[in-house]
Ligand binder design. Structure first.
Ligand SMILES: Cc1cc2nc3c(=O)[nH]c(=O)nc-3n(C[C@H](O)[C@H](O)[C@H](O)COP(=O)(O)O)c2cc1C
Length: 141
């Protein structure tokens, strides 16, 4: 079972969640803005922030350009100021690639635009680890 984590993080908030889950699953998260090789995955965790009510366009463009049939399923995680789920465009891009998107998304409220915040804090990271590991365990059964 191939599990992967990809993220785009402009200010480091989403990276904190990606790193936390990576530690829990023993996976090195992939920062899509850096050189890397994307393999084939049974399940890919896909994370980014919200910008102007939409998922980061860096992530949307990335998904739109991945080869077809390389990813079976995806789980979305996002950080943003409001904590509202703004993942729809990302769901659409993943679905258009034939990738099945897990119905629940993990959305973590954190930085309020440019105002500093400690979130995602340890509590958020623990919650995300539990969310992610539960999905992976269910998939492996
Ligand atoms: C230019 C800009 C626009 C943003 N637009 C929104 C928005 O529309 N809705 C929201 O909830 N958060 C918004 N945010 C807050 C980011 O989503 C939040 O800081 C997020 O954690 C950034 O994640 P990252 O550092 O991993 O990229 C915005 C932040 C910036 C800098």
């Amino acid at each position: 079972m191939q599990i992967g984590i990809i993220y785009y993080s402009q200010t480091g908030s989403t990276k904190k969640l990606a790193d936390g889950l990576g530690e829990a699953l023993g996976i090195e998260p992939i920062d899509i803005s850096k050189p890397h090789v994307l393999k084939n995955y049974d399940m890919l965790f896909v994370g980014c922030g919200t910008y102007n009510d939409l998922p980061s366009d860096m992530m949307i463009n990335y998904i739109n350009n991945i080869p077809a049939n390389s990813i079976s399923g995806a789980v979305i995680f996002m950080t943003n100021a409001t904590g509202k789920d703004s993942a729809q465009l990302l769901v659409n891009s993943l679905s258009a690639k034939g990738i099945e998107v897990y119905e629940k998304h993990f959305v973590c409220p954190c930085k309020r635009w440019l105002f500093k915040s400690k979130r995602p804090d340890n509590h958020d990271i623990v919650r995300f680890k539990k969310f992610g590991t539960k999905i992976v365990k269910a998939l492996q059964q």
